[in-house]
Ligand binder design. Structure first.
Ligand code: ZN
Length: 274
């Protein structure tokens, strides 16, 4: 038996328009795309993945960060429009497979990869963990990536087998969830709004829990002030998700609420044991 834990991994950074974190900063609702916007409006924020270890020793990787090919060929790897909006950097040693291996985990030994959603800064590194036995995403997101929405790149999952989660529980803001190990320790749930099928994960032991929420929030202000992100699939749904997360964060048992791009010291790479 090992401890239930979440390890925060930083897989490089992404440079984006500052309205990515808060669309209210500009009257232009597409400001986050970066068109006609000054370089001064750009910020560089971390890109995080999370490694959950279950007491059985099974490990789940949440998100895959950047593909290591962005180091030399960023535009051909992620396409020009996505490069323009989300400029990647990935120092040597920070790609997700490199970090798994330095933590003693081969991608083939993972229990699964679970994707919070399929935006390029989360999915471009999927190729690096293609040996994981399973790659899960929500059925809603799986549908969205096969539409013509330009925010998704089909290159990220070309040749990979993606598995839609079969929701069978009622946890979360939209009452769609999946208890991964059947013991309540890792609950995946729909938290849509940023994208059609964004999901989040609750990791819990004895009433103490960690929330891993992907891009359903960019830092504490998203939940405390209800700032909406730039890219939004449904304003109504993201508002509901942010309010729900804020309610959970205020509970006594909440140890941490972790999102993918929070630059705060509190959520720097570390191991959190429950
Ligand atoms: Zn993101």
């Amino acid at each position: 038996m090992t401890d239930l834990s979440v390890r925060i991994l930083e897989t490089g950074t992404v440079t984006v328009d500052k309205t990515i974190q808060n669309r209210g900063l500009s009257k232009n609702k597409l400001a986050f795309v970066g068109l006609f916007r000054s370089k001064k409006e750009r910020i560089t924020i971390p890109v995080k993945c999370f490694l959950i270890t279950h007491p059985s020793g099974k490990r789940i990787l949440v998100d895959a960060g950047w593909d290591s090919r962005v180091r030399k060929h960023p535009i051909s790897t992620i396409s020009f429009p996505l490069y323009f909006t989300s400029k990647p950097t990935l120092p040597i040693g920070e790609a997700v497979d490199e970090q798994l291996i330095s933590n003693g985990v081969q991608p083939k030994d993972l229990f699964a990869v679970i994707m919070s959603h399929m935006d390029i800064d989360h999915a471009s590194g999927l190729r690096l963990v293609k040996d994981s036995p399973k790659i899960y995403l929500s059925p809603e997101e799986n549908e969205a990536i096969h539409s013509c929405d330009p925010r998704y790149s089909k290159k990220t999952y070309k040749g990979l087998s993606l598995t839609s989660i079969a929701w069978n529980g009622t946890y979360g803001p939209f009452e769609k969830s999946w208890d991964v190990f059947g013991d309540g320790s890792v609950i995946v749930f729909l938290s849509s709004g940023h994208s059609k099928g964004s999901l989040s994960i609750k990791v819990e032991k004895d009433g103490r829990f960690i929330l891993v929420v992907g891009d359903s929030g960019y830092n504490e202000e998203s939940w405390e002030k209800g700032y909406l992100p730039g890219p939004v699939y449904s304003k109504e749904e993201i508002k509901k998700t942010l309010a729900w997360i804020q309610e959970q964060r205020q509970k006594k048992g909440c140890v941490a609420c972790l999102c993918a791009h929070d630059p705060s010291e509190k959520t720097k790479p570390q191991l959190i044991v429950l």
